[in-house]
Design a protein around this ligand. Structure first.
Ligand SMILES: [Zn+2]
Length: 199
């Protein structure tokens, strides 16, 4: 069997469905915000209109995600921008038509069941925990062109969507674990928090 082809991890305009006449500049990855940064606790504002600035931000966020090497999702809040925008790439490498997901104003319309799985967060490095969340969800939002999107999903995509939408509401995955489990992570969390704090 051939080895699975690894898709190149560069966010290009075509990959995220932007029309050719929209010129997007290549930019450096954005600065990630870490646990302890108050911005992570703020509620992001809806995006009224998707302009070139919003599309540019989405592409920059994808670049930032790929620069981490292991991330699969990012909310604008995590780069200090309080706009309701999330991007997800769970890396369906065996599908040539696969595109990363860019979603503005995502909203969970319906949930079903519940399931426990391990989560981590780019804003809380080296901390993981088992989190219980709904298993199946229906999410509505807008894509990078401003078209309405309706997603019905389960599994990893459902989990990442919920995790990223939580970020837009100032919620972190560690808020969804028991106090006892959080207590066990206390030292790691304190360490990240102190590193984030300006000297
Ligand atoms: Zn996160």
């Amino acid at each position: 069997m051939p080895k699975r082809k690894r898709k190149s991890r560069n966010a290009s305009a075509s990959e995220v469905g932007v029309e050719d006449d929209v010129l997007l500049r290549a930019t450096a990855p954005l600065q990630l915000c870490y646990y302890g940064n108050p911005v992570l606790r703020k509620r992001a504002k809806p995006v009224a209109e998707i302009t070139e600035a919003e599309r540019q931000l989405a592409v920059q966020m994808l670049e930032t995600l790929y620069a981490t090497g292991n991330g699969i999702g990012l909310a604008a809040t995590q780069v200090g921008i309080l706009k309701r925008l999330i991007i997800i790439d769970i890396g369906e490498d065996d599908d040539d038509t696969y595109e990363p997901l860019v979603l503005f104003n995502p909203e969970i319309l319906r949930t079903e069941g519940d399931v426990v799985a391990e989560e981590g967060c780019l804003s809380i490095p080296n901390v993981t925990a088992e989190v219980r969340r709904p298993e199946k969800i229906v999410v509505a939002g807008m894509d990078i062109q401003g078209e309405s999107v309706h997603i019905e999903t389960d599994g990893l995509l459902a989990r990442v969507l919920q995790h990223e939408i939580d970020h837009l509401n100032g919620v972190l995955f560690i808020d969804r674990i028991s106090g006892l489990k959080r207590q066990l992570l206390r030292d790691e969390l304190l360490w990240i928090q102190q590193a984030e704090r300006p000297a």
